[in-house]
Design a binder for this molecule. Structure first.
Ligand code: SAH
Length: 215
């Protein structure tokens, strides 16, 4: 998929994100150089650098750039090196691509195999090889690859899945997760041993995290 001068459009988007309150330059630089148009159907490419969520098929959406920037910035707000990061809900693979340029290794779980297949192909085309993908139920995390320095969930459960809390690194592992049904609130949970410190970061809107059966 070729979009002429995507850098110009991406630069504008980053300016908008900065005005909207995103200040982490490492995140903004990565968003500026990542071709978001490569993560969506051809018919929507002209909207790729607008600050909106867009449909990617199978009833799912590519997250709004502001949300990707915000969740990634919240993940990075730590002294702890992020060697292993788990993402639940690969979707288009766009958030995965952003993470892969900022942390050592990304483990990403998706329940719809068709979306996972497309995301895998796109990441390969962009030469991002520090990503492992799994077709599975993200409620269960990815136990054999944990504990994780960070976990990002890009679909909303009604309550926080226990497996994700268990798979956080006991010394400062961070979970960034939207929680709720109709209205959801973005939470940051930091683990210190057996204690989990929770802060809230305002209202958000995500597709539901579905439990059980794979598609
Ligand atoms: N970060 C993605 C967001 C995609 S939408 C992007 O920007 O493209 C959320 C994704 O979560 C969907 O692809 C959906 O299929 C997936 N999902 C929902 N429930 C899940 C579950 N239990 N396990 C894994 N993935 C799940």
């Amino acid at each position: 998929m070729i979009l002429k001068n995507f850098q110009g459009q991406a630069r504008k988007l980053v300016g908008l994100l900065r005005t909207a309150g995103i200040h982490d330059d490492s995140v903004l630089n990565v968003i500026e150089r990542t071709p978001r148009h490569a993560f969506m159907p051809e018919s929507l490419v002209h909207k790729a650098y607008e600050n909106t969520a867009l449909p990617i098929g199978n009833g799912q959406t590519i997250s709004q750039p502001f949300i990707v920037a915000q969740m990634t910035s919240l993940l990075l707000q730590t002294e702890r090196p992020l060697a292993r990061v788990l993402e639940i809900g690969t979707g288009s693979g766009y958030q995965t691509a952003v993470l892969a340029q900022l942390v050592e290794h990304v483990y990403s779980v998706e329940r719809i195999s068709q979306l996972q297949y497309q995301a895998k192909r796109r990441l390969k085309q962009l030469d991002l090889h520090n990503v492992s993908m799994r077709h599975g139920d993200g409620w269960l995390g990815w136990q054999s690859k944990g504990p994780f320095d960070g976990i990002i969930v890009t679909a909303a459960p009604a309550t926080i899945p226990k497996a994700l809390l268990d798979q956080l690194h006991p010394e400062g592992g961070r979970l960034i997760i939207p929680v709720g049904t109709q209205s959801q609130d973005l939470r940051i949970i930091v683990r210190e041993g057996d204690e989990y410190h929770e802060t809230h970061n305002g209202e958000v809107r995500f597709v539901p995290l579905i439990q059980g059966d794979l598609a």
